[in-house]
Design a protein around this ligand. Structure first.
Ligand code: FES
Length: 72
């Protein structure tokens, strides 16, 4: 599911990078998430935080919830 519509960054992209040990800033540089309108930033940060807390499944559910607000 797309989290960042501007840059076509998916939840899976963010989770994969977070699991590789990257923080939000690194992921932002790598993928370009939250570098345009910024509407996805809170959601993307929450996904990274959830992954950092070792709750990848929770992160996937969080992304689904965030996507609804981003798409509005
Ligand atoms: S939706 Fe991510 S920068 Fe616009």
């Amino acid at each position: 599911m797309i989290v960042c519509v501007c840059n076509r960054v998916s939840d899976r992209d963010i989770v994969r990078h977070a699991h590789a040990g990257m923080g939000f800033d690194d992921i932002q540089l790598e993928l370009g998430v939250a570098t345009c309108c910024g509407a996805c930033e809170d959601c993307a940060r929450e996904i990274v935080a959830q992954c950092s807390a070792s709750h990848p499944v929770a992160a996937l559910h969080m992304q689904t919830a965030c996507h609804a607000s981003v798409g509005a």
